[in-house]
Ligand binder design. Sequence first.
Ligand code: G1P
Length: 301
Amino acid sequence: MNKKVLKAVFPAAGLGTRFLPATKASPKEMLPIVDKPLIQYGAEEAEAAGIESLVFIIGRAKRAIPDHFDKAYELEVELESSGKEKLLQIVQNVLPEEVSCIYLRQAEAKGLGHAVLCAKPVVRDEPFAVILADDLIKGDSGRGAMAQMVDVYDKYQCSVILVEEVPPEETNKYGIVEVTEDDGETAIISSIVEKPDPKDAPSNLAVVGRYILTPRIFDLLEQTGTGKGGEIQLTDAIAELLKFEKVRAYRVKGKRYDCGSKLGYMEATVEYGLEHPELGEDFAAYLRGLACTPGSKASKE
Ligand code: G1P
């Protein structure tokens, strides 16, 4: 094999029902954390991992995603003529020029496995990354989760799946893995199951929105029938992959925010806000003020 991971697939055709009505006409991947949409954090993470092509799997009402990564002529002319250099740079540098974007339409939302399979004609026989943008991950020491995973892939030359321990009562929200040869950082996956009830879960090690997969997964996805929730599940195809190849679990060094849930989204907004170079100090002062205001909800905690 010995190929590099140069493509990342971004499934982004879901309906975003947990954020309605915000996601009625615009994609959940475009929800901002402070001033950048979730999908841009994902794209930057891919780029920092050496990935050169971003493959977006989009559905209806997702035109804002290609527009976001496209050139914005009128806006740029406007910013230039009014001397707003800094903003102009921000708009022009949404992605570096070396990174190319490919958009594929998933006509029906038939599940994550189906979305990944849509990328087969573009990815073909290469290993590739999958990034679920609503899992926002802040890597330790500024090293992104995908860059960490590419290191693991380069070392072991096998599929790598990002995992994190979750509270045992939450296993029904995630793909859950069982592992052997666990060195505390990586381990070999011996089984994987989609969203098991806590009583049936083989562990509390949950898959958290980042995968590096070998291309054999496409053949397996083609044979995968509908699973949990009546959808074609990536987890089910990975369970088949285990019969042919080693797949490693990797525990992220960093912090994950579940921006697919309102609480996780708000936590990310607060923490990224506190670290924002222009806003951080004022925002921290505001939060302290809230905590000290007698009778406020924040003061009761
Ligand atoms: C998907 C996967 C699941 C994984 C999760 C991570 O579920 O099917 O295995 O644990 O992403 O965020 P979803 O959150 O799309 O329901």
